[in-house]
Every structure is written in structure tokens, then in C-alpha cells.
Design a protein around this ligand. Sequence first.
Ligand code: GAL
Length: 761
Amino acid sequence: MKIFNFLFSVFIFSSVIFHANAHNVTHDSRSIIIDGNHRIILSGSIHYPRSTAQMWPDLIRKAKEGGLDAVETYVFWNAHEPVRRQYDFSGNLDLVRFLKTIRDEGLYAILRIGPYACAEWNYGGFPMWLHNMPGVSFRTKNDVFMNEMKNFTSLIVDMVKRERLFASQGGHIILAQIENEYGNVMKPYGEDGKSYINWCAQMADSLDIGVPWIMCQQAGAPKPMLETCNGWYCDQYKPKDPNTPKMWTENWTGWFKSWGSADPLRTAEDLAYSVARFFQKGGTLQNYYMYHGGTNFGRTSGGPYMTTTYDYNAPLDEYGNLNQPKWGHLKQLHDVLHSIEYTLTHGDVETQKIDNSVTATIYQTNDKSSCFLSNTNTTTDATVNFGGINYFIPAWSISILPDCREEAYNTAKVYAQTWMMVKKSNKAEDEPSCLKWAWRPELIESASVQGKGDVSVNKIVDQKDMANDASDYLWYMTSVELTKDDLMLNGTVTLRVADTGHVLHAFVNGKYIGSQWAKYGNHVAYVFEKSIKLLPGKNLISLLSVTVGFKNYEAMFDLVGAGIASPVELVLKNAGNETIVKDLSSNKWAYKTGLDGISNKYFDPSKSSPKWVSDQVPINRNFTWYKTTFKAPLGNKPVVVDLLGLGKGMAWVNGHSLGRYWPSYIADKQLCKTKACDYRGRYSDKKCLSKCGEPTQRWYHVPRSFLNDGENTLVLFEEFGGNPSSVQFQTVEVGSVCVNAYQGKVVQLSCNQPPRPAYAL
Ligand code: GAL
């Protein structure tokens, strides 16, 4: 109870400070200086649209409780300006509400406006209408692009200024970001790229926000922008300008997943090591990317092929639970780092090599000193004598001695509790263990049999240009007239379609003939080939292209093709083994965006329709809609729906999109090494993978705020064919808890989030 009261008073105190007058945020080479106080900043990324507004206070409180000073977020342009000059800041897109929630919890905010984000977000955050503006060229010296970028950036800045949220106005936003990792891709843009990044700096500076602007991965960023580092490690990083503090905007706490990839694990030990090493080597600001990853609801996931979960193996899991022991181990680190803030920001620095693998770094002021002892060897533990005391420093670990005598923390000695999360079945009263389904078909006939489109053009058009990202689905339809004596009627004909690497379903004369999609690790163009039967007269060829998130990274990623590419051909092998090719690419093609069920909102329960059938619910039938009702699981634990048995499609609860589902996409068996995961040595996305051979994503988050107390409706659009009979709603809860106990150390064991109370052994 005491601890609780104490926390409560900290919360009250710190939330008040932001209502005072303007705060002065500057820096020197060692610190961020806020109202004259030299600070190190520990921060974490939480992207507001990847959770719900109802989840924000809890997530942010856990970030604060976890020892963070700040929360960072991107601003996703395509979410806020889906149609040019039509803005959406409602519900989970309420940026100001999110920022105020951070403020009210007593934390600083870092606002990464971009507006290019990357972030495994659809098209890196760019709206598709921008791509379709005449004369536009992205991320370079181009008036159309720069005008739009300035328009959106100023809109965000003005919105935030109106609410007086910048520290310079008495608010809590201490830094803002323009562009994102442009330095990584700048070269191919040549001189125009250099002009563009200079323009970004001037434009941002002209917005006069009164706090520093940052540019990540932008060595030698144009003044007055401050450069920062991103990566799994940034200890070796040095800003080009010696007056710029060493800042790390993205410490990747794990990794993202794409369909076919396995579950990432970045160990608590290694993540803590990277942070401690960064501060040992003069770091000033460190931000976890992600602190809470969350969920790519709707069609927000990037591409190609990013999953709906964006858990990231972050300190808070997808649903907002503490990911233990990571969260707890970092909390202890943050507390220790904060306790030595003064020596870190003011002390003289001295480095002493103690033996082959252990180095001591001493931060010394007139009256205090703090030390780091690092063992960078990846295999050999060390016991060293430092100042007359022996210390055991395991391989790949760092000890922090706040007074240069007593070890307060070692990155490889984990005292924080671990817990296993489990899925529990829905115990809501009267809830049948098997859901009762109704179904209806998607009306593919109008497209695949009649070939009717909204637009016709004599060429194959990229899906970005044609569908304007209004839907994943785009029909490409053409016809081929064959006279009775056409050679194509004699011999084997193959339909050959070049695809840019998303999903393709092909139909000939209304009959489904096959599908293809990219394989994990090879998300590039493929060629679909299938032998077909043609008839004399008119033959209809209908291709349904399905995008799975537009590309979000690399130089000129915005131009990477999507949908069907040229050529589309009929290939005849005649009796004499000759090959005759008929290129259909410049035929007349009719285009139709979207699906009937999506345009007519079959997923919206408020639209009652008699067309749902409860009899003979089919299984393994493609292009099928399924609907069921259920009661929400009791209590307040996070809810998931288990979609094992289904193929690929989209899911909605009470009309809210849960995102794309694809449990039939199995995580590549080759990715998981049999060897146990070793925290020692550098982490990468190839290390410590698990759950190979299992569905890439089986469970889908259903935020509590999507649910009603009474009856709830789940609608699935199944594109490939699957079996909904084992679909279940479950809660995610703490299953078992354990902790390593060492004599003289205080450990915590709790099923609460955050854990308390503390027991001394
Ligand atoms: C960075 C990028 C982030 C995110 C990250 C990987 O390059 O700035 O937005 O995409 O990679 O998760």
C-alpha cells in the first residue's frame, strides 16, 4: 500500500510540472538541458494507432512505471489525410489526446512527424493519393511533394501549438523529428537529395517550435537539425558535430514479423547490455523502438507482407501486458542510470583497460564518481579486481557501480521476475464452446464471369495507380476471341502472368484455375503459370490481384510495382513442340476495385441482411463470408481470437477491423536454429527465432473497446478457403511466474501488472 501511495504522489507531482510556463529545452554535448537541468533521457516508442485510445493510459502508465522519462511516436500521414485535404484525427487517431495522455502521466513526448515514417506501416505512411498526383517525385527536390509535405507537417505543428504542447509553450514535447533515416538512402537521389534534405531542415526550422528538431540516421545533418542513430547497438556511434549529444532514436527491442517469418526474441540481457554500453560510452538519449509495438489493424501493415501483429518482442507485449523479464530488467537499469545522471552529464570521463576483455569507465565529478565495468567478450566470463574489490562480470555484460564500489546492476544478472502468458478459454456465461456460423458467398461472378469493370484501358496498370489503395483487391479482366480454327484450341495452352509479388487468383471463363503468392524470403516478382482450356468464341480472363501491404522502405520504395505486371500471355505448345505466345498486355483491360462484400459492408452488423445462411456452412471454400455471434470473455484481461483452421482473409468484430489474417502461412522451418538462444554476442533478426513450422500468426487481438456487454459479431472474409469450426475467443493471462533469487538481493514476485510487493531475501 505504501509503495502505491508513493507512486501516486510521484504521479501527481510530475503531472503538474507541465502546466507551468515555457520550458527551455537545449543541449550540450553530454545532455539534454531542460530548464537548466542536465538530463539523460530514457524513452520508448508507442504508436497510438497501433492500440486503442482506451489502452493509452495503461500503456503510458506502464512506460512510466518502467522508468521511462518520455514516450515517442510517429505521426502517420496516410492515416490522418486518407483523402487529400480531408483529415481524420478521430478515435484511435486522436493525436492530441494521445499526447495529452502522455503529459497527464507526467512524461515528456518526442514527436516524429516525418512525415515519412517507414515503421512497417503501409507505404511507409505516405498517402496513395500523393503517389497519384501529376508530376510528383517522393523524398527529393520536387515542388509537388515538398508542398504536400510542408502542408501536412505545418498542420501537425499548428495543431500541437494550438494545444500548447511544445515544451517551449509550457508543454511536454521536448523534441520533434523531420524525415526518417534519409541518410541511409540518400545516395541514389543525387544532388536533388541533398537539396531536399537541406530544404527539410529549413522548412522544419521555419515552423518555429521552440524545441530542437532531430533527423535520424543523417550523419552531418544540416543545422540546426540534430543527428541521431538507429539500430540494435549505437555505442560506437559518434555524431559528426561534437556539440551534438549522442542520441539513439531507435533501439530495436526485437524485430517485426512478415508472413512466413518466425517469432523474434531479443533477450533482456542483450537489450540491457546495449543500453548500458551506450551510456557507458557517453550516450544522452535512448529510445526503445518499440516499447509497445501493438497491432496493425485494418490495412495499416506495411509491405511487402508485414503481419497484423506488431508485437516486436517489445517490453510491453501486443496486448499491453508486461513482457517479463524484459520490462522489469530494464526498469531496474533505468533506475540505476537515473541515479547516476549527475555524474553522467557533468563528470570527467576516464577509461581504464582492466584486462583483455574488461574495461572500466569512470565518470568523476568533484564529489562523486560512478563506474561502468564492461566485458565485451562474447564467451569468457571475467572476475576482475577494481579498486581493491573483486567483481564477477559475465561475458557480454556490463556492471554499473553508482559509487564506483558497489555493483547495483549487471546486465546479465536478471533478478526481475519472468512470467509465462497463457491463453484461457472464454468463460462468459452461456457461451457455447463451438460458435454457430452463418455464411454467404462473395459474388465474384460479376467480375469473373461478366468481366465488367469500372474503368477500361489498353494496358496493364499498376495496382497503386488504379486502385488508389482503396482496397487490397483489384480485378484485371480481359477477353480473347478465338475462331474455330485458332491454333490456341489445339494443343496445351498455359496462362502466364507476371506478378509483382503479392497474391493472385486467376479465373478463366468464370472458373477458378489457381492462385499464387510470394514465398517468405523471396518477396519479389513471380510468374504464375497454369494450363487452361479455351473455347471457340469469347474467352474471359479475370485476374484478382490482392496486395498485402505496400512497401515501406528503401530508396524509391514508393515506385516499387504492385499488382499484375506485364506481360500476361497465352502460351501454346503445339503438337510439333513449337511455342506460340499471344501477348495480352495491350489488350483492352477492364478494372474493378474492391469486392462486393467489402463495398456492401457485409462485416457491419448494423446492416441486417437476410442473405446469411445457417445451413450447410461450407468449409475450404474460397471467397466465402462467415459470421457468428459471441459473448465477450468476462473480466478485463486482453482478448484474442484464435483463427487456426482459416486460410487468409480479413476479420471484423462489431464492424471494427482486426486486420488481415493468414494463419495458413507457416513460419519457415529453416529459420529456427536448434541451438538454445544465447544472449551473448550481437543480436540480429536472424538470432533466437522460435515457432518455426507454426502459423506465422494464429491469434488476433480484439481490443476490449471493440466489444459490447451483450452480443458481439465476428465476421470473416475467407479468401483462400478454411474451416472456422475451431475459432475461439480467449483471454491472455499470466500462467506461471518465477524469479531467480540471489542472497542479499531483493526480488519481486507478482501476478499483478506492474508487479508488487517486494520481498527481501
Ligand atoms: C528503421 C525505421 C523504423 C522501422 C525500423 C524497423 O529503419 O526507421 O521506422 O521501420 O527500421 O522496425
